[in-house]
Design a protein around this ligand. Structure first.
Ligand code: DAU
Length: 348
């Protein structure tokens, strides 16, 4: 029986990873550690909460004493670390919160793993799930590869870059067996409606303005979250120690083109006249330090581990939009904070 700790498993990407691991590996005991902040929600993994190989632990990775106790209690074989503050705009408002969770939190996990495994690294693995934003901004040409120098621009990406460096430093200095992945923008079900795609779907449903930052000519590479979870599973099991893999969708979109596509699909789905949702587009003040373009060269993970996205963008978007339209109650409860309130009471 392998004991696996997944951090941030009530969040967007984390919930998809927890679901996959719990269902696919009944022989593993999966511990989901989550602080249940505004973006983490146990409703996201309700379908697996009663499985015998699943345990939820509420707690904050910033709390060193708590993390050390948890490791002492369970003797984990592997850690998949996804817990993070992830929203760039929030990091501009409150950078320190990002240092605490993303840097100190990661340090606490690294120390706990190092102290528990005490140099006996046989069949042990620390997996840090990170972002392509650590590489900074591209111009019109080029792709991020695993050897692109780090050049983070936002407090969020600086905190993730820092945590990546610490993971590698623990590998070099103490021999900690790690793998690291840097992924592009994800989309899919259970995505908190502060990020572009779920926010705009929610606003279209509610006839609210769609705030496009600047001129909308910023480019992101989009990957369906379930394909990211497949890649994470593969890297955790088959990735080479001390290696980094870039993960991306081979799917670049300018924000404004993506928003127009979303508007078109939503008009069809909601039975509204063509152009109704586009009228909601409102150009607003740009994000400070807004990175122009992210684009990933995912050929290493493709060649070495055989991964590539399994769904097209059209299929992924269709699934995503259908999910939000059939889960409006979830949308209302996460935006009003009532799930958070409910779970806070349960775990107080
Ligand atoms: C929320 C929002 C965003 N935007 C723009 C800013 C970006 O160019 C693009 C996507 O914004 P966001 O959805 O906030 O995602 P972005 O800043 O690219 O970062 C995401 O993708 C990263 C991976 O690249 C992850 O590491 C981050 O955690 C995740 O938040 O849309 C708007 O124009 N209007 C908006 O209201």
């Amino acid at each position: 029986m392998k004991k696996i700790l997944i951090t941030g498993g009530a969040g967007f990407i984390g919930s998809h990873v927890v679901r996959r691991f719990v269902n696919k590996y009944p022989e593993y005991q999966i511990f989901n550690l989550d602080a249940l902040t505004y973006a983490g929600n146990l409703e996201n993994i309700k379908d697996i909460e009663d499985k015998s190989n699943y345990t939820f632990v509420k707690g904050d990775i910033v709390d060193e004493v708590f993390i050390n106790k948890l490791f002492a209690q369970h003797n984990f074989d592997g850690v998949l670390h996804l817990a993070a503050e992830s929203h760039v705009d929030r990091s501009i408002e409150d950078p320190l919160a990002f240092v605490k969770t993303n840097v100190i939190g990661t340090m606490n996990l690294l120390n706990a793993a190092k102290n528990q495994w005490k140099g006996d690294f046989e069949a042990k693995r620390f997996y840090h799930i990170s972002t392509d934003e650590v590489y900074g901004s591209l111009g019109a040409e080029g792709l991020f590869t695993e050897t692109t120098p780090y050049d983070p621009n936002s407090p969020y990406s600086a905190s993730k870059a820092s945590s990546d460096h610490f993971v590698r430093a623990y590998g070099e200095t103490y021999g900690l067996p790690y793998v690291l992945t840097n992924c592009s923008n994800n989309y899919g079900s259970y995505h908190f409606p502060e990020k572009l795609i779920p926010l705009f779907i929610n606003n279209i449903i509610n006839n609210k303005p769609l705030p496009v930052y600047g001129d909308g000519n910023y480019t992101r590479d989009w990957l369906f979250v379930e394909d990211h979870a497949i890649a994470i599973d593969l890297v955790f099991h088959e990735g080479k120690n001390h290696e980094t893999y870039n993960i991306g969708g081979f799917n670049e979109w300018k924000n404004i083109d993506l928003v127009k596509l979303l508007c078109e699909i939503m008009d069809q789905k909601l039975g509204r006249d063509k152009g109704t949702s586009q009228n909601l587009i409102t150009y607003v003040k740009d994000r400070p330090g807004h990175d122009l373009r992210y684009a990933i060269d995912a050929s290493k993970i493709n060649k070495e581990l055989g991964w590539k996205p399994s769904v097209t963008f059209e299929e992924g978007l269709e699934k995503t939009i259908n999910w939000y339209l059939s889960n409006e109650e979830w949308l209302q409860n996460v935006t009003s904070g009532s799930y958070k309130e409910y779970y806070e009471k349960q775990y107080s």
